[in-house]
Design a protein. Structure first.
Length: 202
């Protein structure tokens, strides 16, 4: 265990509402996923909300620690593995109470599983397509991150074609909401301070 590993729980635990795990067992559990690779993380954070993610990213940026986001860990390419801090959104950031169905859209937290979102949509005679084989375990955030497809993709396309907007947290803790490109968005982009990370993203 490196010296930095021993400081992570103490540094973050009093800052966030979620869990900070740096014991050997927890790190070993998060060192593998659906693929064949194994990468031991420095620590694991299980956030309870957006503020926890913001504070974790700010701490990691200050301490120059890499960050990897993890959903259900179902991708065979193991993109959810990393040697720094792994943020697991599936633990607390997917409750059914945060899945909100509107007239033509549904708002869901990153940690909500595909099946749970469709279960809620089913009460309104609607569904989200495509349908991945790992739908019971994969999360909406992970699906968007990998542009997941499924059995119905030939007809309905991949998940990115069903996304209207996203609320993102950038590496410096800035919260960014994406939306379809248009004149209003261009004016908003022009008003962003040029030195910020958000401006560089645009």
């Amino acid at each position: 265990m490196t010296p930095l590993t021993t400081t992570v729980p103490g540094d973050l635990a009093h800052e966030i509402a979620g869990d900070v795990l740096a014991d050997d067992l927890s790190r070993a559990m998060y060192s593998t996923a659906a693929g064949v690779y194994q990468i031991l993380p420095l620590a694991v954070v299980r956030p309870r909300g957006r503020d926890d993610i913001i504070k974790t990213l700010q701490w990691c940026r200050t301490n120059e620690v890499p960050v990897t986001l993890r959903g259900g860990g179902t991708s065979p390419v193991d993109g959810c593995l990393g040697k720094g801090v792994v943020i697991d959104t599936s633990a607390y950031m997917g409750p059914e109470t945060e899945i909100d169905v509107h007239e033509d859209t549904v708002t869901a937290p990153a940690g909500a599983t595909f099946s749970k979102v469709n279960e809620v949509l089913g009460r309104f005679d609607r569904c989200l397509l495509p349908e991945p084989l790992t739908g019971d375990y994969c999360t909406i955030g992970g699906m968007i991150a990998t542009n997941a497809s499924g059995m119905n993709s030939a007809k309905y396309g991949s998940i990115i074609e069903h996304v209207e907007s996203l609320e993102l947290v950038l590496a410096d803790g800035t919260v960014l909401e994406t939306q379809p490109h248009g004149a209003k968005l261009c004016r908003q982009i022009d008003s962003i301070e040029a030195s910020t990370l958000e401006a560089r993203v645009h």
